[in-house]
Design a protein around this ligand. Structure first.
Ligand code: C5P
Length: 243
């Protein structure tokens, strides 16, 4: 019996299961960008993103990163631990792109001297504003200890992912993470890691548009979106199988 959905986001629908500690995440083909001002569909995206995220979550777990991943019962469905999402989007950047270039004037492609960790408020109505540490304290979305833990987890995950994608001949430009608290109040990596939430550049291509293997192909109307997502899936699964 299909249960009433708990929550529907831009890319996923969350359903309860018979176990109150476990939710079922259904990955959709819907694509949105610029705070849902641009909408579309990417054929097969749900299955691809669910498969990539499942593989990466399992691999990160094996490296000691707590995640919400439990199982992938079908291609576009993931069973996850019922965490309470911390309303922060944690962005890690290694190379300047996207909003960092727009807001600072840095040229796209500039290698940053150190990984930049940023916190944005997860609030569509406010347009997910960039926060400062003090704003986070005033909003009480995380305690100082949790914020420190999020920063450290983000940096550790970044290093693991940089190394992993390098083996896939892909440069990890930047990405967004979300975290949640489980019933023991332990922080777990949640949401997804996929070409929707990362900027991934193909090391085999020099052309600045041809190298894009992520959602920027949709944001910037570059075409061949499905091909790029499939390419990432294939490289990720091939590399995971070798580890
Ligand atoms: O747009 P911006 O440059 O700030 O995005 C940084 C990174 O975070 C990109 O990889 C983008 O795909 C990801 N992101 C996301 N969801 C958002 C905002 C950004 O996955 N709501």
């Amino acid at each position: 019996m299909i249960k009433e959905k708990l929550y529907e986001g831009k890319a996923k629908i969350l359903y309860p299961t018979d176990d109150p500690e476990i939710y079922l995440a259904h990955y959709k083909d819907d694509a949105t960008a610029f705070n849902a001002q641009k909408r579309g569909q990417i054929q097969g995206k749900g299955e691809i993103n669910c498969t990539i995220a499942s593989a990466l979550f399992q691999w990160l777990e094996s490296l000691g990163i707590p995640t919400h991943y439990i199982d992938q019962p079908s291609a576009h469905q993931m069973l996850v631990c019922a965490v309470q999402i911390i309303p922060l989007e944690v962005v890690v950047r290694n190379i300047a792109a996207g909003s960092l270039c727009k807001q600072t004037g840095l040229t796209e492609g500039t290698i940053l001297p150190f990984p930049l960790v940023e916190f944005y408020l997860k609030d569509d109505a406010l347009g997910d504003p960039l926060l400062t540490r003090d704003r986070i304290m005033i909003l009480e979305v995380a305690t100082p200890a949790q914020l420190e833990q999020l920063q450290q987890l983000a940096l550790t995950i970044n290093q693991h992912l940089i190394d992993f994608f390098k083996m896939c001949d892909i440069t990890l430009v930047d990405f967004k993470l979300e975290f949640g608290l489980d019933k023991e109040n332990k922080i777990r990596l949640a949401d997804e890691i996929s070409p929707d939430t990362c900027r991934l550049w193909d090391n085999k291509e020099i052309d600045p548009q041809a190298r894009i293997l992520d959602k920027d192909r949709f944001r910037r109307d570059l075409g061949k979106i499905e091909d790029a997502y499939q390419d990432v899936q294939q490289r990720v699964l091939t590399q995971i199988a070798k580890l």
